[in-house]
Design a protein around this ligand. Structure first.
Ligand SMILES: [Zn+2]
Ligand SMILES: [Zn+2]
Length: 366
């Protein structure tokens, strides 16, 4: 793909921004003007392959990038200056590839960034193709923490009163967090596992650790949740006399900021082409929320767009059934139809100053 595009005049950067598995392909015309980026995800899941359909996301981004460049060449050869980029963004499922790209400046001069994501049919309505504003509960901000409690080891039946059991701190923290659940919003999520609960029953565990993940509807409300959870761990350490160390994940995913003018223009474009496309699906509340994406972090940097579209599948994302569906020709056709929608929006962003101003105003307001 790189060689073919290079031969056709596109600038290709392999291992872009210092990330071995990232890439960037660019087409520019004239000087100045707005920059639009299409994000191409392509990572898969261990053992179940393309069970989140990122093969289709890559396909949609490539198709939209080429369609935008070719349409702009054809229609606006002497028009305003502009730049269109196809950004290969690795490691969405784990690793926060886009966060590394943000930190390396990949979105610095970008006006807007667009992408699509496939999902399985919704339980109450499978006739329409796409939802512009994403799932009803939105994509949530998320963070992970590894917590290690340190006690004092001993034989479990001799002089136990001189020892400190780190597993007790884990149990106390687990209960503290479980009690807290009733006092947090239903949109917030906390889930954890015990990574290390000790060696064997006749040794009082000196060290024990847990992994916890938490999610909330915005970066701000996630901060509030993190403070409460931190107190649960600290209280467990105080009660048992253990030491406690919290190691937060190096990358935390932000919630997705929805840009309304971009969503409206996408729905318009899709409906004009005869596709059943909606802005949002409020009646599906609770069915789709709870996921997270590193596109959320991008949407805090520049106006972002992350529409969901339906492919015929017998299972939801992250299942073998969805992986099978992501390889079907019908999924491919739906992907191309939606790619055409974002290409039309991209052209409008590049040439229509009023539309660009609305996008900017909506972004600044949030
Ligand atoms: Zn996924
Ligand atoms: Zn995904």
């Amino acid at each position: 793909m790189f060689e073919r595009l290079e031969s056709e005049g596109y600038a290709v950067h392999r291992s872009a921004y210092g990330l071995e598995t990232a890439f960037e392909i660019e087409y520019s015309q004239g000087s100045g003007g707005r920059v639009v980026v299409f994000n191409a995800e392509y990572d898969a899941l261990p053992r179940i392959g393309h069970a989140c359909g990122h093969n289709l996301i890559a396909t949609s981004a490539i198709a939209a990038f080429l369609a935008t460049c070719e349409a702009m060449k054809l229609q606006y050869r002497n028009g305003p200056g502009f730049t269109v980029r196809l950004l290969g963004t690795p490691a969405e499922e784990a690793g926060g590839g886009k966060i590394h790209l943000i930190n390396k400046g990949a979105y610095k001069d970008v006006f807007a960034c667009l992408m699509l994501h496939p999902i399985s049919p919704l339980p109450h309505d499978d006739k329409f193709l796409s939802i512009a504003a994403g799932p009803p509960g939105g994509f949530l901000a998320t963070d992970d923490v590894r917590v290690t409690f340190t006690g004092k080891a001993a034989h479990a039946a001799a002089a136990t009163w001189e020892r400190i059991n780190a597993l007790d701190a884990v149990v106390a923290a687990y209960l503290n967090i479980s009690l807290l659940r009733q006092q947090i919003l239903p949109s917030k999520r906390v889930h954890g596992t015990i990574v290390n609960g000790g060696e064997q029953p006749n040794i009082i565990p000196m060290s024990a650790s847990v992994d916890y993940c938490m999610r909330a509807s915005s970066v701000k409300s996630l901060k509030d949740l993190k403070e409460k959870i931190t107190k649960c761990f600290e209280a467990a350490a105080t009660a048992t006399g253990c030491g406690v160390k919290l190691e937060w994940s190096a990358v935390s995913y932000a919630d997705l900021k929805v840009n309304h003018p971009i969503c409206e223009r996408f729905v318009d474009a899709m409906q004009t082409m005869g596709h059943d496309s909606v802005m949002e699906m409020p009646e599906q509340e609770g069915l789709l929320s709870g996921g997270s994406t590193d596109m959320g972090n991008v949407s805090y940097e520049v106006p972002g767009f992350h529409a969901m579209y339906i492919i015929p599948a017998d299972g939801v994302n992250h299942t073998h059934e969805f992986a099978r569906a992501a390889g079907s020709s019908e999924a491919f056709e739906r992907t191309i139809a939606c790619a055409s929608g974002i290409a039309q929006v991209a052209c409008q962003i590049l040439v229509n100053d009023d539309f660009a101003e609305q996008i900017k105003m909506d972004f600044d307001r949030q």
